[in-house]
Design a protein around this ligand. Structure first.
Ligand code: GDD
Ligand code: MG
Length: 360
């Protein structure tokens, strides 16, 4: 038996307005929650039991996954009354783990899409005799992440979470958010108070001389921390750049869920996802974007690298580029919204949808 813990309790503040109603790991990426992609990949790597460490909106996970049997794993939910931080959440699920003291336990950040070799990571943890082994990836600008310099033997030398200045960026290797812990190391994390695994647990293990290793895997990696990263993740899944067993055999230029209505002369490309019941009107152009369930893109509208929320309406001739439109919001005909704009759920901009509905 191989167990995995998924940390899914964060509020996802930077992803608002998408996370106003849905916790970040449950936002559909290419139509399927990030958590589901992760469970499918973990299962393919031999994981049979998954413990979800929840805090924000735990009921959304339970409603979707139930006991896990549909996903081929045993699922256990453990909810923090108040958020305990990443390390506190790992410690909080400890009483619910079944692994023995020297067994490996996988821990995943719940907002990461990755193509890394999970089974290989467990194997390297074993062969290196590690207490904890970290999956690392290389990024151009590491400042938003945990920096993890390693020596020639893959031993971690320091853990520098979100360094303040570029001068502190001693490496481009970052913590990619998947760990293998020796079970007994989890039990030794202090309980009953907030703990950051990045700022407290890892530095303390290093100071105590524990064997902490880090291995760079150059497979696909993306932190879904911002709305535009979320749009990118969806696009990469549809294009097949981000591997997920959930989408096997369905990747391509666009993925249209049955029940969506796309005009014959509309153009969908660049990894566009069209959710169930969504509508794309005549001559509309949708590139690299995600249309949630029931979203409407009216005739002649252009939507690039954007997310359009549940039931939101983009009026005819409107142009969106790098924009997030909240659930049931309305962008009136002819509006132009550019990179970084976010329209809050229910907000109506400009003219309403009356004109487009006859255009459709
Ligand atoms: N249960 C629980 N309780 N989960 C939590 C809590 C909590 O109090 N706080 C955060 N989480 C979950 C989040 O839901 C997310 O899935 C994961 O822990 C990581 O938290 P983020 O808030 O997304 O952290 P980050 O992206 O700023 O940084 C982390 O991830 C980077 C890689 O994506 C760190 O681990 C960095 O070191 C790392 O580089
Ligand atoms: Mg994150």
């Amino acid at each position: 038996m191989l167990e995995a813990v998924l940390l899914v309790g964060g509020q996802g503040t930077r992803l608002r307005p998408l996370t106003v109603t849905t916790p970040k790991p449950m936002l559909p990426v290419a139509g399927v929650p990030c958590t589901e992609h992760q469970i499918a990949r973990a299962r393919a790597a031999g994981v049979t039991r998954v413990v979800l460490g929840t805090s924000y909106k735990p009921e959304v996970f339970v409603e979707h996954f139930g006991d896990g049997s549909r996903y081929g794993v045993e699922l256990v939910y453990v909810t923090e009354e108040v958020p305990l931080g990443t390390g506190g959440a790992i410690r909080h699920v400890a009483p619910h783990l079944q692994s023995g003291p020297d067994d490996p336990v996988l821990v995943f950040n719940g907002d990461v899409l990755s193509g890394h070799d999970i089974a290989g990571q467990v194997e390297r943890w074993r062969t290196s005799g590690s207490d904890v082994s970290l999956y690392l990836t290389k990024v151009e600008d590491p400042r938003a992440y945990g920096l993890v310099p390693t020596d020639a033997e893959a031993r971690v030398q320091a853990f520098l979470e979100k360094p303040a200045t570029l001068a502190d960026c001693v490496t481009d290797q970052i913590n990619a958010g998947c760990y293998v812990f020796r079970r007994s190391v989890i039990d030794a994390i202090p309980s009953g108070r907030p703990v950051s695994v990045e700022r407290e647990t890892f530095p303390a293990l290093l100071a105590a001389g524990a064997t902490v290793t880090g291995f760079v895997d150059d497979g696909y990696w993306l932190d879904l921390g911002t709305p535009l990263a979320f749009v990118q993740g969806s696009r990469d899944l549809v294009l097949g750049l981000a591997p997920s067993p959930v989408l096997a055999g369905r990747t391509g230029d666009a993925l249209v869920i049955p029940g969506a209505e796309v005009a014959w002369d509309a153009t969908l490309s660049g990894g566009t996802f069209v959710g169930a019941g969504a509508t794309v009107g005549s001559r509309a152009v949708v590139t690299g974007s995600t249309l949630f369930e029931g979203a409407v893109v009216a005739a002649g509208a252009v939507v690039r690298d954007s997310a359009v929320g549940h039931g939101a309406i983009i009026g005819s001739g409107a142009v969106l580029e790098g924009v997030v439109v909240g659930d049931r919001a309305v962008v009136g005909p002819g509006n132009e919204l550019v990179r970084g704009a976010r329209v809050w759920p229910g907000v109506a901009l400009g003219d309403t949808a009356v004109r487009f509905s006859s255009d459709r």
